[in-house]
Design a binder for this molecule. Structure first.
Ligand SMILES: Cc1cc2nc3c(=O)[nH]c(=O)nc-3n(C[C@H](O)[C@H](O)[C@H](O)COP(=O)(O)O)c2cc1C
Length: 173
């Protein structure tokens, strides 16, 4: 779709327009998990996830440097992407609100995978990665990870996030 003069925005409004545009971009939701050197698990909800390459099998995540798990991922060098199902909305809220941080890993069926990283047993898939590259940009770090293990579960309904709301593929609104 081309941008008309009327639709285009000046620099002052670009962040507002960008947020509005991204609100139209429906994504699956993941939990990024990792653990520290005392084996304590850490994590956050993240939609900024993409596959990068099949050779090597690799992914990227974009993590705000202010997120409590950010320094832990960088230090441990490992993380896991848990692809959420629609029934995981409550767990996702826990992993996306700082005041609920103490409740993380207390709800849901968690197991320990490669390198001691926790994964959600009924996530659609859990992709375990080793950090290969870190690129700082703005407030975030783009973390590229090489895939070292994958656990899959029956694919049911992905948890979708769009325009500030959780949705499932079957919803019409
Ligand atoms: C749907 C959704 C997607 C999010 N995606 C990201 C993301 O991709 N990267 C990120 O750094 N934070 C993302 N966040 C924000 C973090 O989950 C949130 O700030 C979290 O509380 C950070 O952990 P902390 O409170 O322990 O610092 C997202 C939040 C929501 C609700």
């Amino acid at each position: 779709m081309s941008t008309t003069l009327q639709d285009s925005v000046g620099n002052a409004d670009i962040v507002t327009a960008f947020k509005s545009a991204m609100g139209r971009f429906a994504t699956s939701v993941t939990l990024v998990t990792t653990s520290d050197d005392t084996d304590t698990p850490h994590g956050l909800a993240a939609t900024a996830f993409s596959s990068v390459s099949m050779d090597p099998a690799s992914v990227l995540i974009c993590i705000n440097r202010s997120a409590s798990a950010s320094p832990v991922i960088k230090k441990s060098g490992f993380f896991c992407i848990n692809m959420l199902q629609s029934q995981h909305e409550r767990i996702c809220q826990i992993f996306s609100q700082s005041d609920l941080r103490e409740q993380r890993f207390t709800e849901g069926d968690w197991e320990t995978g490669v390198n001691g990283t926790r994964y959600l047993v009924d996530a659609q898939a859990a992709i375990f990665c080793e950090v290969a590259r870190e690129i700082e940009h703005g407030t975030h770090t783009i973390i590229v990870g090489n895939v070292i293990d994958v656990v899959t579960h029956s694919a049911e309904q992905p948890l979708i996030y769009m325009a500030g709301r959780y949705r499932s593929l079957s919803s019409n609104h």
